[in-house]
Ligand binder design. Structure first.
Ligand code: SIN
Ligand code: FE2
Length: 355
């Protein structure tokens, strides 16, 4: 298009250039509620702009919402703007020029430009329809690389399973205070599996019952085997968070009676497993991540199903229940790092209805 900018071959190099110019934010995902609208705009947030943008529709038109068409306009010199409505179905992506598109001149291509009367600016579109197998294969709306994924606040991992990004952040201080208090009463310990292995994740519990393992098996126990006393009571801020997160993921009335508290130091991991020691499986599992980031493995109903790798950060909450209640899941070995509040650790709270 006769422009001087050259783009690096690899996304990370382009991101570095953007970051150096102070452009560090991801493009936001827009969740529109009834009556909301997103005015005509161009996504130009700094000096460096990748020339193409992809918008993906995550909801089912007609089923999840009506109206709300995706509109693109092209400004043309001395002519009326051209407006196109792009009908999208769930899973469709539209690739369009962020700002300029190449317009064929008499001798060469030139960039369309809104400001100039001679040239044109645009948001012209090419619509791509993903094969329906694309959505089935991915069983998730996390369908493009990190840039897009990182911008979603709520990610559906599978039927019945949701990641709620940052859901626990508003109560992080209270959670960390309570954890300190609970751990003073019932310290972390590395339990032994029935097969005789020492778990790399250190654990403790609060609530009416605690999850324990030793040579005789996995089970819920109302008493802490280390002290012979009942586990500390579940703090109201824990129980309330679990109930609200479950409700946000579509499980009303979740009333956790057990909270397993896991501590991961760098290198600690949790291999693929199902949560199956609970009394009834109608209640979901609510899992809260604090401290260092981790990679959550979220598999299928069979151990051999290839798991998704879901990055979890401080304050993220994952809820799985219903058809996803028995999915295999785990945590990849924790990478080294330093977290502002928790240092070299990740702490995970897993809420269950155990008894
Ligand atoms: C668990 O599966 O019990 C814990 C998962 C996690 O640490 O995120
Ligand atoms: Fe688990």
């Amino acid at each position: 298009m006769g422009i001087a900018v050259r783009y690096p071959k690899r996304t990370p190099d382009f991101l570095k250039r953007c970051h150096a110019a102070g452009q560090t934010r991801h493009t936001a995902a827009a969740a529109l509620r009834p009556g909301d609208y997103n005015c005509l705009h161009q996504d130009l947030y700094g000096e460096y702009v990748f020339p193409l943008q992809v918008a993906i529709l995550l909801a089912d038109p007609g089923e999840d919402f009506t109206g709300g068409e995706f509109v693109l306009t092209e400004h043309r010199p001395r002519m009326q703007s051209r407006v196109s409505v792009v009908p999208l179905r769930r899973g469709d992506a539209v690739v369009f020029a962020v700002h300029h598109r190449p317009v064929r001149g008499r001798r060469a291509y030139y960039p369309g430009d809104y400001a100039s009367r001679r040239q044109r600016s645009c948001s012209a579109a090419v619509a791509i329809r993903w094969a329906s197998s694309f959505m089935t294969r991915h069983k998730s709306w996390v369908i493009t690389p990190d840039l897009f994924e990182a911008s979603l606040a709520v990610v559906r991992l599978a039927e019945g399973a949701m990641l709620l990004r940052g859901f626990a952040l508003p109560v992080e201080v209270a959670l960390l205070d309570e954890i300190e208090r609970l751990v003073a009463e019932a310290p972390f310990r590395n339990m032994i599996t029935p097969g005789g292995y020492r778990m790399s994740v250190a654990m403790t519990n609060c609530g009416t019952a605690g999850w324990v393992t030793d040579r005789s098996g996995y089970r819920y126990d109302p008493l802490d085997p280390a002290s012979g006393k009942p586990w500390p009571a579940m703090p109201p801020v824990f129980a309330d968070l679990a109930t609200r997160a479950a409700a946000a993921a579509g499980y009303d009335g979740f009333d956790a009676d057990a909270c397993l508290i896991n501590r991961y130091d760098p290198g600690a991991r949790l291999s693929l497993h199902q949560d199956r020691n609970e009394h009834d499986f109608t209640a979901p599992i609510v899992s809260v991540s604090l401290g260092l980031p981790a990679t959550f493995l979220f598999g299928g109903q069979k151990r051999s199903d290839r798991p998704q790798r879901v990055p979890l950060a401080h304050g993220d909450v994952v809820v799985w229940g219903g058809p996803a209640r028995m999915v295999f899941h785990g945590i990849m070995p924790l990478a080294e790092g330093e977290h502002a509040q928790l240092g070299r650790r990740r702490i995970n709270l897993t809420f269950r209805r155990a008894l």
